[in-house]
Structure formats: C-alpha cells, structure tokens
Design a protein around this ligand. Structure first.
Ligand SMILES: NC(=O)c1ccc[n+]([C@@H]2O[C@H](COP(=O)([O-])OP(=O)(O)OC[C@H]3O[C@@H](n4cnc5c(N)ncnc54)[C@H](OP(=O)(O)O)[C@@H]3O)[C@@H](O)[C@H]2O)c1
Length: 351
C-alpha cells in the first residue's frame, strides 16, 4: 500500500499556519508527501519552509481539484478554508473517491466547521450538554432550524460533508474549533476570530458590553488554546496514518475544547486589558442598549442582528471524542481569562 499523501489548506491562516508550524515536531507516523494549497508566490516560499510542496489551484474549480488530487495521489485532506459553504468540500470528496478508485487506498477528508454551527445561533438544542461523540449529532444537525436564517448554509455544509462521504466511500471528519485564543505561529494571520470581534466592538464604542440575554440560560461557550486545537488536529491525523479508525462520518465529530467559560467572564477579563491600554474608558461590563448594539454593529461592519453571532450566544457542545484518542488539552478553560490581557495586546498590535 502506498503511503498517504496529505494536502493541508489554509496554511496562511491562523489555524492552518499553526498546524504547519507544529507539523515537524509532531512525530507523525510515516506518510508520503505533504502538500499545501497556496495562492501567492510568497505563500509558496513560506510553506516550503515546513517541507510542504506548494500547490496552486482554485478549490472552487471542480476540474482543477480533481486534476491536483489525482496527479499527486492525495489521500488525506485537511480543509481549513471555509466553514460556511460546501462547494469546495463536495469537489474534494468526489476527487478523493477517484483517487480511491484508482489506487485502492482509503481516503480521508477533514472539514473544519465551528462551534457557532452547534450553538443557539444555529438552533442546536442547548438545554443540556451534547457530547461530540453523541451518535445522533448528525440527526440533531439535520433538524436544526437556525434563528439566524443564513446559518442554515453552514449547518447544511456539515451534513453535506457527511452525506457525500457516505455516498462516495470517503471517510469524513467534522472538526469543530470554538473560541480559539493565543498567538498563532503561522507566517500569515496570527489572530483568531471571536476575541478579535470583542476588541473591535470595544474599540468602536469605547466600552465592553454584554448583550441582553432574553433566555433563562447562561451564555457560555467552549474555549481552546490554539496549541491544544492543533494537537487535536494532529491526534486525528496520527490515528488515520496508523490505520486506526478514529471515528468518521456520523461518528466523526470532534470539538476542540478544554471546557467552557461564560462570555461575561471573558468580557470582564478583556475589558481590564482594554481599559489599561486606554482603548475603553471604564472596565465595567454593562448590558448593551439598542443603540449600543447598533454602534457595535457599525464597529464590526455587520448587521445589528449579527452582533451576537460574533461575540455571544450559548453552546453546550462538549468535547469527548479527542479524549478517547488520548488528546489532553494543556490549558484549562480558565486560562483564557488569565491570558486575556496578552490576547488584547496581540490583537491591538495587528488591528
Ligand atoms: N479561529 C477560530 O477561532 C475559528 C473558530 C471556529 C471556526 N473556524 C474556522 O476555521 C477555518 C480557519 O480559520 P482561521 O482562523 O485559520 O482563518 P484565517 O486565519 O482567516 O485563514 C483562512 C485561510 O483560508 C485561506 N483561503 C480562504 N479562501 C481560500 C481560497 N479560495 N483558496 C485558497 N485558500 C483560501 C486563506 O488564504 P489567504 O491567506 O490567501 O487569504 C487562509 O489561509 C475558517 O473556516 C473558520 O471559519 C475558526
């Protein structure tokens, strides 16, 4: 059997860049070649430093995807570039099926989704914790009716990935990052998403506001240090390369989280850092009124109804799958509160 050739996408991003930076020290089982999808000559140079052979093609061009995968016998794909739409994922999965047909090898597609798609914003039931090993997670997602209608696309993308994998005999994995924090180690973007939104909104309105909670349920969210997020990506890969099925398809969901924190605690910790640096006038977190939310939307360059999607909500998805593979997060959930001032500094440097 030929060894696996692996394609990593998003190498210039926060998650993908840190994945590449940790690749060499990960002590992975034997594989063939590592490829990285890039779109500029500068990125070509950068990924080569990690021993990755750069490939340039559009992930939204079905023929180009097929040609690249077949030509290079790519059998494992780490997809880190679009949690929302499924166009590229569908192309990659059917191209993997062709490689499988011609080589007889097992093929694997890991899709990076996000905790928002398993949260109150997406209509996931949040009354109880839901384990990422729940055998009905696919069915739960199939039934979700999101209060924010455009989230339906992202929910469908998770389900489509699983369905296409089943249809074409490709093993699929739904990897779910949450609030990721800590400085990225890649050559491109080194900051995350939700913590950046908190800082952007605070900068715009000179205060950190909590959004009004119209439910009885506490607003909590899973969190994960960037390095723990990456060790879970690598633990799944190690299992694939060792031919031990880590759990795929309907049993292939992986939340990368060490635990959860309340948004209010995260806001308060970041507000102290922001006040100390003079970005906001007062570190006290208060509840936003209608016009505050409007101003936050302007700062975030989004619609008012989308502010909560960027920095609030409730997600009770709970990580169990990674632990079953022996993955142990190094940083406890409270660490994000201790690291909040550093996170603020990092983000202010890059904004
Ligand atoms: N960071 C988080 O906290 C978090 C949480 C949940 C989910 N996620 C999801 O995980 C994924 C990666 O997140 P991230 O934080 O690493 O994002 P990021 O820093 O913005 O990186 C995105 C990467 O995707 C690449 N990309 C986008 N469109 C592409 C295309 N058409 N062809 C080739 N490359 C393309 C970008 O390349 P360029 O540099 O050339 O633009 C970049 O390398 C995203 O889908 C995100 O929604 C992230």
């Amino acid at each position: 059997m030929m060894p696996h050739n692996i394609l990593v996408t998003g190498g210039s991003g926060y998650l993908g860049g840190t994945l590449l930076s940790r690749w060499g020290s990960a002590d992975l089982p034997e594989y063939g070649k590592l490829f990285a999808l890039v779109r500029t000559p500068k990125q070509e140079e950068e990924v080569a430093k990690y021993g990755a052979e750069p490939l340039t093609f559009s992930p939204r061009d079905e023929g180009a995807v097929r040609e690249a995968l077949v030509k290079h016998h790519i059998t494992v794909i780490y997809f880190l570039i679009d949690a929302f739409e499924s166009t590229s994922q569908v192309y990659f999965i059917s191209a993997l099926a062709e490689v499988k047909k011609s080589t007889g090898q097992d093929v694997h597609f890991l899709h990076t989704s996000g905790a928002k798609i398993f949260s109150s914003h997406a209509g996931t039931p949040t009354g109880e914790p839901i384990l990422d090993t729940d055998p009905y997670l696919y069915d739960i997602q199939k039934q979700q009716v999101p209060p924010i209608p455009s989230m339906q696309t992202a929910i469908n993308t998770n389900c489509t990935t699983v369905e296409q994998g089943e249809k074409f005999g490709v093993k699929t994995y739904i990897f779910v990052p949450c609030v990721v924090y800590g400085q990225g180690e890649g050559f491109g973007n080194q900051t995350s998403i939700q913590t950046v939104s908190i800082v952007k909104a605070a900068k715009g309105v000179r205060r950190v506001y909590e959004l009004e909670n119209t439910t009885q349920e506490p607003q909590i969210w899973p969190v994960c240090h960037i390095l723990d997020n990456i060790t879970l990506y690598l633990a799944i890969l190690r299992s694939i390369l060792n031919n031990e099925d880590p759990g795929h398809g309907r049993r292939g969901y992986y939340l990368a989280a060490s635990g959860s924190v309340a948004w209010k605690d995260l806001y308060s910790a970041m507000a102290i850092g922001l006040a100390n640096r003079g970005v906001i006038d007062d570190a006290t977190v208060t509840t936003a009124k209608e016009d505050d939310v409007e101003r936050m939307a302007v700062a975030l360059k989004t619609e008012k109804s989308w502010v909560g999607l960027q920095l609030a909500g409730r997600c009770t998805l709970t990580a169990a799958h990674g632990k079953a593979l022996g993955w142990k997060p190094q940083f406890p959930p409270e660490h994000i509160l201790e690291a909040a001032a550093d996170e603020v500094d990092l983000i202010l440097r890059t904004l």
